[in-house]
Design a protein around this ligand. Sequence first.
Ligand code: ACO
Ligand code: ZN
Length: 299
Amino acid sequence: LREHEEFTKVKNIATIELGRYEIETWYFSPFPPEYNDCTKLFFCEFCLNFMKRKEQLQRHMRKCDLKHPPGDEIYRNGTLSMFELLKALCASLKALRLFKTEVDGKKNKVYGQNLCYLAKLFLDHKTLYYDVDLFLFYVLCECDDRGCHMVGYFSKEKHSEESYNLACILTLPPYQRKGYGKFLIAFSYELSKKEGKVGTPERPLSDLGLLSYRGYWTRVLLDILKKHKGNISIKELSDMTAIKAEDILSTLQSLELIQYRKGQHVICADPKVLDRHLKAAGRGGLDVDVSKLIWTPYK
Ligand code: ACO
Ligand code: ZN
């Protein structure tokens, strides 16, 4: 019921200010009732606290001493960084403790919750996870001398029964279509490889989510098939990429690279067909340099 209510509610916040951007929102997000009377919110781009008035934000910015998301930097390549957020890491931060209007009384969850409120403005089919305890957040930033500016994130269940390796993914609108989405997707699979597991995104996917995943799966699989000599099975592809077998099958089927022979799916990778698809697949985007990922699986 609660889910249904959220789906049918009308958009309340029309714009947000975040860092140097003013961003138009896409969907309803269930901000606490005291924000019901405003159409614009002002976010601190570092701790993600949100305020009703510009002056409040300006006052906050003079005191907020965060310059990056409150977590461990687990990846850095040039100006790009990834931060992993566990709730415990948010707890120690003075900025959050001193200046946060409480959401649910548990201070250490505040950053994760603020991120969920923000993300919901651009996600229509997802329910918010109030219990951020169960999730890890991976926040992608562009860094400069003023700090690390969030461009997007994905969340991930700590323990998924369904082998989900990503729950929600978002690139903030000013940063979309630059390859960050596929970077985040690639990153989620790199984590799965380190865990020795296959993964798949939580369903349902949005239209843009599906396009991005299809693009990622297509490119990864075509690259392997192009280089590989001789036969290769879906299981082998799955072991190499951490992409779940079903997703490999559906991608190869949509590329018409699968035949069904004697009750089995067989990959038919005609080099000419591969080249045609590779050309159509477009740019590869930003790669994850695994040598720059410093991470051990969360226990
Ligand atoms: N129109 C057409 N195709 C698009 C568009 C668009 N507006 N946006 C992305 N795509 C496709 C393209 O094929 C693109 O590849 P290309 O640029 O090489 O052609 C591909 O998706 C990925 O593009 P990226 O630049 O890597 O991805 P981006 O940084 O824009 O992020 C994302 C993609 C995360 C889905 C973004 O659109 C977004 O945040 N959307 C709102 C939230 C959302 O829908 N999230 C997914 C929900 S499903 C889930 O969370 C499991
Ligand atoms: Zn702040």
